[in-house]
Design a binder for this molecule. Structure first.
Ligand SMILES: [Zn+2]
Length: 296
């Protein structure tokens, strides 16, 4: 889909299932079930949606899903389903080959956002996108390289360390303009240096929200934060700033993990906010996998 000179497509690395306690944290089940009904085993689907952006002649990929290096055990743990194949198949349907990608933006280095950065060839780990420079916040990289007991299972060095050694990782020191239409903005909370991606063309504004709000409802309900957020209070403050921004600019918000609402606007409703669907965005979401409804 084109917004003036900016082109955006949504691509997918599949759908996983997580215990609802992950994305919904302290939110009581009767409340979140109104939004997303968990399966009898209390799992909810989480999509692995990524963005393919074209701007100023550059082909840019935002996040890379779980990738191809998962062990059978890890694949089972994630309940990973790839009805349309993985990310590379999704890109191929757009006519994009791995060597066409100039830049990869990692919003953060949790395994479900950067697993597809690298792939295994024999006993080597190499860049999946051989010509690409990978952009990540320096502090995010530092935290990922020195994980704590809680983050160790998701910060997997194989997804980013080989890229640093091969000179393909560019560490950002705060907000960074990537092209005239694409800007990385630090949005602390989910991780200390999580970044969202601000998109603009003319008067149009979009925000690749990533895990600032894993589901769209997390963006509308300021106090709903996931159990994965390392700085939940800070994420609430971050969301407050971007909620105001989203309303002011009538921005399109893109949600990486939401199986029902991949793109929405935010509108004020009294002192709260509500989500508004964007009919024009159907063109973007049409090719995304729709997860199986929960089994009764
Ligand atoms: Zn995530």
């Amino acid at each position: 889909m084109k917004f003036g000179e900016l082109e955006i497509h949504l691509v997918s690395d599949g759908v996983v299932r997580a215990d609802a306690g992950g994305p919904f944290g302290l939110v009581p089940r009767p409340l979140y079930a109104l939004y997303l009904q968990p399966a009898p085993d209390n799992t909810v689907p989480m999509t692995l949606t990524c963005a393919l952006i074209r701007s100023e002649g550059k082909t840019i990929l935002v996040d890379t899903g779980l990738g191809q290096k998962l062990s059978p055990q890890a694949r089972a743990l994630w309940s990973l389903e790839r009805p349309g194949g993985g990310l590379l198949q999704s890109l191929a349907r757009l006519g994009v080959a791995p060597e066409d990608v100039d830049l990869v933006i990692n919003t953060h280095l949790h395994a479900d956002h950067c697993g597809g950065n690298t792939r295994r060839v024999g006993d080597q780990i190499v860049a999946t996108f051989p010509r690409a420079t990978y952009l990540v916040q320096r502090i995010e990289w530092a935290e990922a390289s020195h994980p704590d007991p809680r983050t160790r299972s998701t910060y997997l060095p194989e997804n980013f360390s080989p890229l640093l050694r091969q000179g393909k990782l560019k560490l950002l020191h705060g907000d960074a303009q990537v092209t005239a239409h694409v800007r990385c903005v630090v949005t602390p909370g989910h991780t200390r240096a999580h970044q969202a991606v601000l998109l603009r063309c003319g008067d149009w504004r979009g925000l690749w929200v990533a895990d600032m709000a894993s589901y769209a409802i997390h963006m509308a309900r300021r106090a709903w934060v996931t159990a994965f957020d390392v700085l939940p209070q800070e994420n609430i403050a971050t969301k407050a700033r971007w909620q105001e921004w989203a309303v002011e600019h009538d921005a399109w918000l893109f949600f990486e993990h939401d199986p029902q609402i991949a793109v929405a606007r935010l509108a004020p409703e009294g002192r709260r906010f509500r989500l508004e669907t964007i009919p024009e965005a159907l063109e973007l979401t049409a090719g995304l996998p729709t997860p199986e409804p929960p089994r009764e």
